[in-house]
Design a binder for this molecule. Structure first.
Ligand SMILES: C[S@@+](CC[C@H](N)C(=O)[O-])C[C@H]1O[C@@H](n2cnc3c(N)ncnc32)[C@H](O)[C@@H]1O
Length: 214
């Protein structure tokens, strides 16, 4: 599987952005940030050859849904074959910006978690903004709902790209090539489901920027 990943990297280095899949430690750190005690809707951006997907599928409730958005057609074929027997998983050969459309086609009102491994740092600002706004909008207004990213830089947090989220927690994973930040952006303040108070799809006055946490 690593060979397929390397091959796709050589074909599209900027898009794939990594020569090896995530390490076991990184996969565990990312999966540990989700609560699978009940049915959940999870979207994964950039699953690659499926290393995080396999762990999420192992932990997921029988009535959950896992929507994979992978822009590389060959990796998608590999994912389709790999998860053909798991009816909870659907593979979409689409840009992750299409998440709201795919959710509504499937009749799903929201996501509980969005997990992302796409190389955000190289996206142009407008595209980054669009993906982050869509992600925020589709997350359920519940205390557990979150956007979880693993990235070489922590720029989504430190440069304020995710200030519309209520709060964030980061940790550093050294045991990965290359080492990565894992950051969890919560849709609401801990323990407080979002009620009203929205402007342009964003919560007002509760953002990361307003409490200065970085
Ligand atoms: C760094 S790799 C991560 C692969 C895997 N998740 C892992 O941890 O090893 C990034 C993946 O995101 C995919 N990708 C990049 N931009 C994307 C986009 N806009 N929408 C969906 N997938 C994208 C690439 O094709 C690639 O498979």
């Amino acid at each position: 599987m690593s060979a397929l990943f390397l091959k796709r990297f050589l074909r599209s280095p900027w898009r794939v952005a990594s020569i090896v899949p995530s390490s076991k430690t990184l996969i565990r750190k990312v999966s540990d940030k989700m609560d699978h005690s009940g049915p959940r809707v999870v979207a994964e951006f950039g699953p690659g050859e499926g290393c995080h997907t396999r762990e999420i599928a192992k932990r997921m409730h029988a009535d959950s849904h896992l929507l994979l958005f992978e822009i590389d057609a060959e990796l998608c074929e590999h994912l389709r074959r790999q998860f053909a027997d798991d009816l909870r998983i659907s593979v979409h050969n689409e840009d992750c910006v299409k998440l709201p459309d795919v959710l509504s086609k499937k009749g799903l009102p929201h996501c509980d978690y969005v997990v992302s491994g796409i190389p955000f740092s190289i996206l142009e600002k407008a595209k980054k903004r669009e993906i982050l706004d869509h992600t925020y909008t589709v997350l359920a207004p519940q205390a557990h709902s979150a956007f979880i990213i693993y990235q070489v830089t922590n720029e989504l947090r430190t440069r304020g790209h995710c200030d519309h989220f209520a709060h964030a927690e980061s940790e550093y994973c050294l045991r990965n090539v290359p080492p990565m930040f894992v950051t969890k952006f919560f849709k609401t303040k801990a323990g407080k489901p979002l009620i009203g108070h929205r402007r342009n799809g964003h919560a007002v006055g509760s953002g990361i920027g307003s409490n200065g946490a970085h």
